[in-house]
Write a protein that binds this ligand. Structure first.
Ligand SMILES: C[S@@+](CC[C@H](N)C(=O)[O-])C[C@H]1O[C@@H](n2cnc3c(N)ncnc32)[C@H](O)[C@@H]1O
Length: 336
């Protein structure tokens, strides 16, 4: 299907009463909520690896996931790796019992891969999987067995969680779907709930999602449009994409006062070549960006709540915090 046809359909679905339910049905058939164990586990493992590179750990951590979506691969993998509890919240009720059951079922075949990627003994993973899948009759029972505290509808701007109660805030393929000013509030809220030295770990996709279908579209194609034109295609509604570039995210993370420990970007070489040739002509709103910034189609960031920002009272509270008792240093690094 041509991307404009798809964009028109999504724009219409976004504006009609039963549109959201219909979108959900279409997504189930061929969209982002189809079951893809390799991809789902691969993405979760990227968050795991970034956490490790940022010198923190998952074993024993209290985790907050922003944007659960349809398939709970991230919280389930984090549970298998020993997270104490995963609060996973979403503003939309995409997760259901059938999706959670399917996700849990396909994880079994992924245990050797998770073991190989993390170095965690296969027998430990197997035993955790066995225990997690012991009680699955209802969605609440299933999620409880996996240590997942699912909250929906819940807005990551106002989690209601206590200050300094979280060791890691994670998300996968979420930030590109949230407007800049809302993200600023989400990151500020994350900084509030994180322990000093706790981490934000986000992976996201700044590229044009309409380029994922067949055809010759590249991932910077959507940068040809004005804000007004993009509003119809993907600047509002179900297909919302903020079109922020990697440098915008850098500025945002700096603004909210976190300390970036891991930062990686992926440049879409096809987009870069096409942009150099002026295909398409980029809208003047994007003239100030470097070409490789415009052609960046993936980004990974792990950033810490600085220790220095903590007050003396924070330090006292931190000593008494559950994570400190579990062996986290104030820096969030492993002490053993
Ligand atoms: C593209 S989905 C990604 C879902 C999942 N992480 C995955 O990779 O499949 C983005 C999710 O973020 C959620 N979301 C958007 N804004 C949010 C907010 N302010 N608070 C919580 N969740 C939000 C959406 O409802 C949606 O489920």
């Amino acid at each position: 299907m041509h991307w404009r046809t798809k964009a028109h359909i999504l724009a219409i679905l976004s504006r009609i009463p039963a549109g959201s339910a219909l979108y959900h049905l279409l997504q189930r058939v061929g969209g982002t909520n189809r079951l893809s164990p390799c991809e789902g586990v691969g993405r979760a493992l990227e968050l795991v690896e970034m956490t490790r590179q940022a010198e923190s750990r998952i074993e024993g951590a209290v985790v907050l996931e922003v944007g659960t979506g349809w398939r709970p691969f991230v919280p389930m993998v984090f549970h298998l790796l020993g997270a104490q509890r995963i609060v996973s919240l979403d503003i939309n009720p995409w997760l259901n019992h059938a999706y959670a059951l399917e996700t849990a079922r396909v994880l079994e075949a992924q245990l050797p891969r998770i073991s190989a990627a993390t170095g965690l003994d296969y027998s430990i993973l197997r035993e955790r999987y066995r225990r997690a899948t012991a009680s699955q009759e209802t969605l609440p029972k299933l999620l409880a067995s996996w240590g997942i505290d699912y909250r929906c509808p819940a807005d990551a701007r106002a989690t209601g969680l206590p200050e300094q109660s979280i060791d890691l805030v994670v998300s996968s393929n979420v930030l590109e779907h949230i407007p800049l000013e809302i993200q600023r509030e989400i990151h500020s809220e994350s900084m509030r709930v994180l322990v000093p030295g706790g981490l934000l770990v986000h992976r996201f996709n700044p590229g044009d999602h309409y380029a994922h279908g067949k055809g010759s579209l590249h991932t910077a194609n959507f940068l040809q449009f004005s804000e007004k034109e993009w509003h119809w295609y993907g600047g509002s509604g179900l297909a919302y994409h903020n079109r922020l570039r990697a440098s915008d995210y850098d500025a945002l993370f700096e603004d909210v006062g976190c300390e970036v420990r891991v930062r990686r970007t992926r440049v879409d070489e096809k987009a870069l070549t096409e942009l150099k040739a002026g295909r398409p002509a980029i809208h003047p709103d994007y003239a100030r960006y470097a070409l490789d910034d415009l052609a960046t189609d993936y980004m990974w960031v792990a950033a810490a709540r600085p220790i220095a920002a903590a007050t003396d009272q924070d330090a006292v509270d931190q000593e008494a915090a559950p994570s400190a008792k579990r062996g986290f240093a104030k820096s969030g690094m492993v002490t053993t």
